[in-house]
Structures are given as C-alpha cells and as structure tokens.
Design a protein. Structure first.
Ligand code: RP5
Length: 270
C-alpha cells in the first residue's frame, strides 16, 4: 500500500525491476496525493498543466533535477526512477518529477558511563557509538533527522537547518538562544564526512518521483559540543533521542545502511 493512501502498488518481481527488462503487463496505478496537486511552492505542476517539460537531468532554474546516480531516462516527458519499476506511477507524496533532494545529518558521539569512560560492547569489543535519531510523525519510524533541500539552498545549510528544527526545536526558540545554538552547530557542522549520496529506498518513491540524499556524519569526538545539547523534538518529528548504534536498529527507509557506514568509518560496534 502506498503510504497515506489506499492505493496498492502493482507487484514487481525482482527480475522485472529494471526498465530495460520486458514487462508487457506492467500497468501500474497512477497516484498523486491531493497536498501535491494543491500546488504548494515545493511541488511541480501536473504534466497536463505544464507549458514546457521540466529540464530533466539539469539545474532547472533553482531546482536541481540532476540525480546523484547519473543520467536518468525520460519517457514521454516523464522521468524514470533509476532504481527501476516501483509498481506505482505519478508523484504520490513527492513534489518534484524526478529526484526530490534531501540531506541527512548523522550526528554522533561515543556512549560513555558515569565516569565519562567510553563504553565497549562485550561481544565485539568495539566502542559503542550513538546518533541523534528522531521519530517521524508521519510513519512513527525512527530516522535520521533529514529533510528536503529547498530550491536554491546549499546542502550544508539544509543539514544544519533540519537538525536544528527536528532535533533541537529551533523553530520555537527565542532569538538569543537560537544564535547561541547556531554557533555550536556551525562549529560541529564545519567538518562533515560524506557517507552516502544517491537514491533513498523511501516508501514514497514512485516510477516518476523519488528521494535522493546526501548523508553526512558529524562526529562530536569529546561529547562536549552537540553531545551535551538538550535534545527537543520539533517540526515534523514527534520524539528525539541519542540512539546506540548496532545491527539491531530498525530505521525508516534504508537509513540503517547509512548508519552502518558511519559505524564502519568510526570503527564502532555494529
Ligand atoms: C528520506 O526522507 C531522506 O533520507 C530524509 O531523511 C527524509 C526527507 O523527507 P522529509 O523528512 O522532509 O519528509 O528519504
């Protein structure tokens, strides 16, 4: 079932997923949700209302329609998901035809005991890393506090903005408090490590609209910077916490694959 709807995806066997594989009986349902059809600023027009097709695979004015995964195909004016058939066409809950760009900040610190010593996992003998996780209010899943890159916005700005809004509730802060926080975030977010760039296996993806992200790790080595901040959920997050990283964590979409990369990078327990 497509999220937030009663539209059922058409089953796509693994051996028919790629667009170049023949699948003659492929007639997926066409669905675009009403919030998207209401034409908010973050959404494109329906194809029938367009004066021209978007400039796919290019920077289209301020809108980035390039994929991190290279050039994608366009069929009869509609872009095709680089990961193949999804069992549904249209845009679903996504605003843009083609890639919908997001950014994911993975903020980490070491798990420490009362005497401030780093905790090691007994089975792997590796230090335990924690990351700031939010609970999404749409699906209830725990996730990285990522968000959409606004038209014309730099990814580095999205990473800070989304972390502030979702994990620290910056939208509801007084100006003075906000600028103090901004300073701490700026310092930590100055040096990030890219851990993933590409399509997200997001439940909202369709044949013609899909999520892509840049996920960066920001590691607070001493635990004295962001590691000490008071977390408070805001915007479209209903909860926030430091989550200990291990192979048992269940997260939204394929976020746990990004977290695994961070664990490997930091030589932490997984
Ligand atoms: C995921 O959706 C991305 O990885 C990012 O975490 C998130 C962005 O969408 P919203 O949280 O803004 O809905 O695909």
């Amino acid at each position: 079932m497509y999220p937030g709807s009663d539209v059922l995806r058409l089953h796509v066997p693994d051996n028919k997923r790629a667009w170049n594989l023949k699948f003659e009986e492929y007639y997926p349902p066409n669905y675009t949700s009403s919030p998207v059809l209401d034409q908010p600023v973050w959404a494109d027009l329906p194809v029938e209302k367009m004066k021209r097709f978007p400039k796919y695979n290019e920077l289209d004015g301020k809108i980035n329609r390039k994929s991190h995964q290279g050039k994608y195909e366009v069929l009869k004016g509609l872009p095709l998901n680089p990961n193949g058939r999804s069992g549904i066409c249209g845009r679903g809950l996504l605003g843009r035809w083609g890639p919908n760009h997001a950014a994911d900040p993975i903020v980490t610190r070491w798990l420490r005991d009362e005497s401030n010593k780093i905790v090691y996992d007994e089975t792997t003998n590796s230090p335990v890393l924690q990351f700031v996780a939010i609970q999404r209010s749409d699906s209830g899943d725990w996730a990285i506090p990522g968000g959409m890159v606004d038209a014309g916005e730099m990814v580095s700005a999205t990473l800070k903005r989304e972390f502030g809004e979702e994990a620290l509730n910056s939208l509801e802060m007084e100006e003075r408090e906000k600028s103090k926080l901004q300073h701490t975030i700026n310092q930590l977010f100055n040096q990030g490590t890219l851990v993933y760039k590409g399509v997200v296996d997001d439940p909202r993806n369709t044949d013609n609209a899909w999520m892509e992200t840049c996920a960066y790790n920001f590691h607070d080595v001493t635990g004295e910077s962001v590691g000490k901040l008071q977390l408070q959920s805001g915007d479209d997050a209903s909860s926030v916490k430091w989550m200990s990283i291990s192979s048992n964590i269940k997260l939204y979409a394929n976020h746990s694959t990004f977290i695994r990369k961070v664990a490997l990078l930091r030589k932490a327990h997984w």
